[in-house]
Ligand binder design. Sequence first.
Ligand code: SF4
Ligand code: SF4
Length: 361
Amino acid sequence: MKRSAAFTLLFATLYCCFSYFAGAGEPPPAAGPATVYFSKEISPAKLKALYGKLDFKPSGKLGVKVHFGEKGNTNYIPPTLLKNLVKELKGTFVETNTLYGGSRGDTKSHLATAKAHGWTYAPIDILDADGEKSVAYKGKYFTRVVIGRNMDNYGSFLVISHFKGHSSAGFGGAIKNLAMGFGSPAGKKAQHSGQFPRIRGSKCVKCGLCRTECPVNAIDEAITVDEKKCTGCGKCAEICPYKAIESSQKATGGVAFQEKIAEYAKGVTDGRKLTYINFLMNISAACDCRSGAPKPFMGDVGILASADPVALDQASYDLVNKASGRDDTFEHESGISGIPCMAYAEKIGLGTRKYKLVELK
Ligand code: SF4
Ligand code: SF4
């Protein structure tokens, strides 16, 4: 090898090493596209076929991460759709308690809600039932992520997400299910920190609905928000029929909140074995944490599966846009585009937004 070529190679190697360590915890995203499998048909048979395509080999105990649905909500994935696959895999449903109380705010009521909603055919493990633990993470927002302690009892996870809108994040899919779904209440609080709603006095008719919806009684009779009590959950902004409440996420385009979600998802997955499935059905502007059942704004699209959560969410996002005929359906429906979350998730190495869609007929 000529001296100049050898020098170039040495320089390139040193540069790569320096770049990697300079952004420790932020390896570059994968170069090539990830494969995303897709079926228009939503059925147990197609779910099984999609899972088979992933060629996922669980090691140790398998946790199946789902959302049981808040009491009164009917948009969550119907448990019967997952029954054959979860039983065959001998999976355990895993979840974490919510930050804001409600019907899933403690282990006892969470288990009762799951049972009432039909999640009865596999064991359920509320991952923070025995406490929380911190995991080191080096990011722009966090130096640690806080998860349910029981997470360490599992060798692998199948993350099954209902893809739909979200008033603060724009959308909820695999990335959000990882971040909020595995984050313990303290972890959820960290992600929501600093996000307070703003009441627009000119639009508010003092109907009081937001006070009823607020799970921590942070809104008083004068309809002002007590920031000491507020957890930033965004439920009041979602419920106000007069659009008189603006979440701070909306004011900033949701970027900081979405980036926090992406960092948590990265911190939760680092060093763990996971694979992902999204259900694009009952797609409403609000998430399954809402106690009501927000009406879907479009028809069902299908099921998608991938080993890459970012590619999976991006493909899901694009298919929703294609089906609705809009450039950014969730920005239209919830007022916040979900693109910054996926872009930042890609930047910090959670996955890639480039994908190859393979449809199963
Ligand atoms: S729900 Fe909206 S209109 Fe009603 S009190 Fe709250 S902010 Fe005002
Ligand atoms: S965001 Fe709204 S509903 Fe949620 S805790 Fe704060 S005031 Fe209550």
